[in-house]
Design a protein around this ligand. Sequence first.
Ligand code: SAM
Ligand code: DTB
Ligand code: SF4
Length: 325
Amino acid sequence: MNARVEDLINKSDLRHDWGKEEVATLFDLPFNDLLFKAHSLHRRFFEPNTVQMSSLLSIKTGKCPEDCAYCPQSVRYDTELEVEPLMPIGEVIAAAKTAKSRGATRFCMGAAWRSPKDRDLDKIEEMVREVKALGMETCMTLGMLSRPQTQRLKTAGLDYYNHNLDTSPEFYGEIITTRTYQDRLDTLAHVREAGMRVCCGGIVGMGEGRGDRVGLLQELANQPQHPESVPINMLVRVEGTPLADSDDFDPIEFVRTIAVARILMPRSYVRLSAGREDMDDAMQALCFFAGANSVFYGEKLLTTPNPSADHDRLLFKRLGIKTLQ
Ligand code: SAM
Ligand code: DTB
Ligand code: SF4
């Protein structure tokens, strides 16, 4: 590996000024060099055989006014989804208890909203308080938030807010037209100002180019603070959405994306997120070597299937991976 690349990686801790070419240089490395560097850095900041597990629950499903081309929950696409209004609190708590008993440490609740109404937030605050009382970390993803809304969630005790950039600023307009990249950055800034931790990542496999994956990771790493949690999703192709017929995504390129995320954001949890149903165990093992150290755990993501808890437990056993308690 040449001296310049060595230098890039050695100085990568908590940089926020990554240039496109620097990130592209990392992506271009021979695969073994990239994985070796990402893994070495991973060991510097994390216990290398430990994975954090979050469980997801869709607390309000479908009929979303936004037009995100990947999403089965948009009202604009005919996806045969079962639409559900905001879930009663008792059902949310029951699901959180099950997730906890199976070993998840964080409970992530998602709502198909453009942004929450203030009256919805009364119920959301109660969910946060009650899930926290179970001894779990809490995460919500509810769409765009105003400053006062983030304050309310922080006061209720919310630990993480998930809001993804999804892709590069350049490719973004091909995927979503109903809100801007800047809208997303504004919500992220409000979440930070309120003092919550940020979960922010993106999706690959939507027909974007390498340059867009470079652009996404560059944007994430150049935020004023790195997101504490970085979900890297591989598109789940859902019948009826505009992206349903997207090509298979190259597994090697996916592992490269994880490795570059690890190098750019060395202290963040990088989550191997949606798309694991389309990955074999060997590909997932490579992702863990490349620096992924978090997964969504349990049979369902928000609306689509995820590997079974039994399958994951067996995979972790085969890999000698412990789960974060
Ligand atoms: N409505 C809120 C929003 O978009 O901010 C919260 C829920 S939304 C479903 C959360 C994230 O899930 C999206 O930003 C996107 O990154 C991811 N997602 C949705 N559909 C997906 C799919 N088919 N494949 C991969 N990731 C997906
Ligand atoms: C994230 O980055 N991925 C999760 C979570 N944050 C909310 C959602 C994945 C959704 C996959 C499609 C579905 O199940 O509806
Ligand atoms: Fe709505 Fe979120 Fe789906 Fe976009 S990703 S359509 S905002 S639920």
